[in-house]
Structures are given as C-alpha cells and as structure tokens.
Design a protein around this ligand. Structure first.
Ligand code: MN
Ligand code: MN
Length: 296
C-alpha cells in the first residue's frame, strides 16, 4: 500500500477514534442511547467521512449488535457496562474501533482493563507473518490472568475497501489455526472479556441491517428502498434510523425486504450465561516489523 492510500485509511481511522471517544465521554446516567449514537454519527459526517456501520451501543451482557431505533427511549443507568463501537469510512476505507465505560460505578474496572490490556499485548507482538493463533493465545492469556474469560465465538477481522469482514478472522483464544497475517493487511483486533462462560448466543433482531441481494417479487416501496441501499450503502451495514431519514415510513419496506431475504438483519449477541462483557478494539495496518494503529 502506498503512502497516499495508507494516509486515507489513517484519516478514516482517526475520525472513528474521535467519534468513539466522544461517544464514550457522553455516556452518563440519564443520557439516551439515541443522543449518543446521533452525536457520534454527526461527528463522523462533520469530519468528511461516512458512517461505516451504525454505532453499536452494547450494554452489560450484550456483547454487540445493538443500535437505537429511530424513536428509542432507552437511557443509560447507574452501573451499566457500556461498549461503544464505532465505524467511519472514506470511500470505503474503514476505521473500526471500540471501548468500554461504566456508568458512574467502578465495579467492572478489572474486566474493562483486561479487555484493554489484551488488545495492547496483541498490538505489541503483531507484525507481518505472525500466526492468528499466536495473537489469540496472547489475548486469551492476558484475559485469563486477570481472572476472566475471552469470548471465543467473536473475532477480529481483516478489512478491505467496502468490506468490513474481508476473510481473515482473528480469534480471541488459541484456536490452533495456522493462518497468518500478511504484511499490508488492514485488520481490526477486538478482544471481548467476560465474567461469564465466554461465548455469545444470537438473540432477537437488532436494528442493524445489511443489503444482500435482490430476491423475490418486490413491491414498489421495497424497490425504492432497495435502490437507496444499493446506491448509498455499498453493502455496508445500516440502521433503521438512517433509512428513516431517507424515506418516509421506512419500516414497512424494510420489513418486507428482510422477509424476502434481500436484507439481512443482524441478531443481538448476548453472553450465553448472562456474564458481563467488556470490549476494546483498534484497526491496524500490518507492516514487516510491527503494526500501525489507525484508530487512536
Ligand atoms: Mn467494531
Ligand atoms: Mn470489528
């Protein structure tokens, strides 16, 4: 990747990092999820980037895939453990980053720190040619030594233009795989630490969607919605909040498209045993001798 191309990824990553930090700072008792998601996404647009996926606000035993609905009334409560996961892109060059904060209390400081330290330990050793299981093993050991468990069925992932999950999955434990990280890879590393058994289960539909392909016999309003998704989203995930700003009464065509299989609806991911979950994530560029963090 040449310097000019890398600087674009870096710009997107920097904006995602700013948005993540603003979102995390806003999390306080009584603040609505909607205020945080909207402010985070406004910052991304104000900086000349686009929202790569709806701001994920995952609370307590929810690990990922929740974003507020257009009229969401949900508010942060004292003691909530909150993951803010943010994505910004510039012409498809995506920065994906997350952090965890606690609302008012200080109960889960150790759990939050375990997730953060495991990411930092991984960043220290990542370089071109490292095996994915070595990264997983370091994440796992760091989290275990803090007295918690990594979530084994959530992974980091390589990123390519307009492709958030581009093929390589980076485990959060030693999965014995022999795949490795080639020099020049853009990769998101995202350890999840939990007080539970270390696994997530798919639950109800979240408000996060992705256009898949045209399928079935579609009605007029569904075709109109699909055209907007195709032209503006480039197959990146979107929210009902976003679509409702583009078309009136978006709920109906969206439901129809999901039923037809044209649009995929991500399930909410919960820790299987109800354990509390902390997450930390950065997007990196892998070099011969190390890596560059793009989302500081
Ligand atoms: Mn993320
Ligand atoms: Mn990610």
């Amino acid at each position: 990747m040449d310097e000019d191309e890398l600087s674009k990824w870096k710009r997107a990553g920097g904006i995602a990092g700013k948005a993540r930090d603003l979102g995390a700072r806003m999390v306080e008792e009584g603040v609505t999820y909607l205020e945080v998601a909207n402010t985070v996404e406004d910052l991304i647009r104000d900086h000349g980037a686009r929202v790569a996926f709806p701001t994920n606000i995952a609370i307590n035993d929810i690990a990922a895939h929740y974003t507020p609905k257009p009229n969401d009334k949900g508010k942060f409560q004292y003691g909530d453990l909150v993951k803010i996961d943010v994505g910004a892109h510039i012409d498809g060059r995506i920065g994906d980053t997350a952090k965890t904060v606690e609302v008012g209390s200080n109960t889960y400081h150790g759990l939050i720190l375990a997730a953060k330290l495991s990411l930092e330990s991984a960043i220290e050793v990542i370089r071109g040619g490292i095996s994915l299981s070595t990264i997983g093993s370091i994440v796992e050991r760091t989290i275990n030594s803090s007295g918690f468990k990594p979530i084994v069925n959530l992974t980091g992932h390589s990123i390519e233009r307009y492709n958030l999950h581009a093929g390589l999955s980076v485990p959060n434990y030693d999965d014995r795989s022999r795949d490795y990280l080639p020099v020049g890879t853009i990769v998101a590393i995202e350890p999840f630490a939990t007080t539970g058994v270390g696994e997530v289960t798919s639950g109800k539909r979240s408000n996060i969607y992705r256009f898949v392909r045209p399928r079935g016999k579609l009605k007029e309003d569904q075709i109109a919605a699909m055209e907007i998704l195709r032209s503006e989203m480039n197959r990146l995930p979107f929210s009902e909040r976003w679509l409702s700003r583009k078309i009136e009464r978006s709920e109906r065509p969206l439901k129809g498209l999901v039923r037809a299989g044209s649009v995929y609806s991500y399930p909410i991911l919960k820790e299987t045993s109800g354990g509390m979950v902390a997450q930390w994530e950065h997007t990196l560029y892998v070099t011969e001798n190390g890596c560059k963090v793009l989302t500081y």
